[in-house]
Design a protein around this ligand. Structure first.
Ligand SMILES: C[S@@+](CC[C@H](N)C(=O)[O-])C[C@H]1O[C@@H](n2cnc3c(N)ncnc32)[C@H](O)[C@@H]1O
Length: 317
């Protein structure tokens, strides 16, 4: 039987992320999405005895895996904190840290979360319809679907799942609830979606989009990402690196537009000879997994890693 500390996660873009993140071996680095620590372990191996690695995860099971059991990390340079990366600035301030040399975010869910039926992330396994990454707070998917009106449910499934049949799925969910049988399990939801979604995409379960949408919604994934990105402008030292690995286009669009906004000079057409406004970031790279990595770990297929570097320009407080 598996326990939180023995579930495995195959880290995506491991060497590429560490190469992009580390600019000084003595620095302070943050892994905002510890998971099972694949990136953190490689980072610790790369850094000097004077460095520091602060890890964060909002999932209590990730914290448990890092601190107890066979995969725990016993290293004086390392600490781990149960929080959302949206609270990065406060988490660091509580440690007396106000500047960092690099932040890594490997977004989304880990394999241990997906593979544990009791977390409710997988349409392939039957379990309670939960999908919260932080099981100590917030509303589960079942609770949301038990209270929300049809329009709100349809908006979530359309906006976060890009599901063409969002209205039909929402109607079916509300009809079932009004009949006295609200969906409570992942199997009930995936069967209902399979009946409501009328077309099939090759190689994709019809429930994929709805599950993705509800997961993004209950975890406020996009809002939390926007918050942490803007905090990096204050936190990163000049030449410090931001490295973000995204797994779907909604996340990647947010990362891409943030980096573009902060790194691309826009000429004011009313004053074309005025000096351009100072830029806080420099875009460094956009990296996809190699064919070999995708063959070895199909979950890496949709990954896009973006790297940006903080310029020396002061950020406005
Ligand atoms: C793809 S996994 C990271 C895997 C990790 N890089 C490794 O190699 O083991 C994503 C992790 O980020 C965590 N996570 C997602 N959103 C978060 C947030 N807003 N704040 C903190 N942790 C978050 C999830 O709980 C999950 O453990």
């Amino acid at each position: 039987m598996h326990s939180p500390s023995t579930w495995q996660h195959t880290t995506v873009l491991l060497a590429e992320a560490i190469d992009a993140l580390v600019t000084t071996p003595d620095g302070v680095y943050v892994d905002g999405t510890f998971g099972r620590g694949g990136h953190t372990r490689a980072l610790l191996a790369r850094l000097s005895a004077r460095a520091r690695v602060v890890a964060i995860d909002r999932d209590p099971q990730a914290i448990e895996a890092a601190t107890t059991g066979p995969q725990r990390i016993s290293d004086a340079r390392f600490s781990i904190h149960h929080a959302s990366f949206a609270q990065l600035q406060a988490t660091l301030a509580a440690l007396g840290l106000h500047k960092i040399d690099g932040l890594l975010l490997d977004l989304g869910v880990s394999s241990p979360q997906i593979d544990d039926a009791s977390r409710g992330f997988s349409f392939r396994l039957d379990g309670p319809l939960d999908m919260r990454m932080d099981t100590t707070r917030g509303e589960s998917v079942a609770q949301f679907l038990a209270r929300a009106d049809e329009r709100h449910i349809a908006e979530v499934i359309r906006d976060y799942g890009q599901e063409r049949f969002a209205v039909q799925v929402a109607k079916a969910l509300v009809a079932r609830r009004e009949g006295g049988h609200p969906v409570r399990t992942t199997r009930e939801l995936s069967e209902l979606v399979a009946r409501a979604v009328k077309t099939r995409e090759p190689g994709q379960d019809p429930a994929t989009r709805t599950f993705q949408a509800l997961r993004i919604f209950v975890n406020a994934e996009l809002a939390e990402l926007e918050q942490v990105l803007s905090a990096t402008l204050q936190l990163l030292h000049p030449a410090g690196r931001l490295v973000v690995i995204s797994f779907h286009s909604l996340e990647d669009r947010i990362v891409k537009s943030f980096i573009t906004r902060e790194s691309r000079a826009v000429v004011d057409r009313r004053a074309p000879f005025a000096p351009p406004p100072p830029l806080l970031l420099k875009a460094i790279a956009r990296i996809r997994p190699s064919d070999a990595e995708v063959r070895a770990n199909p979950r890496s297929r949709s990954a896009i890693m973006r790297v940006a570097e903080r310029t020396p320009v002061e950020a406005e407080a």
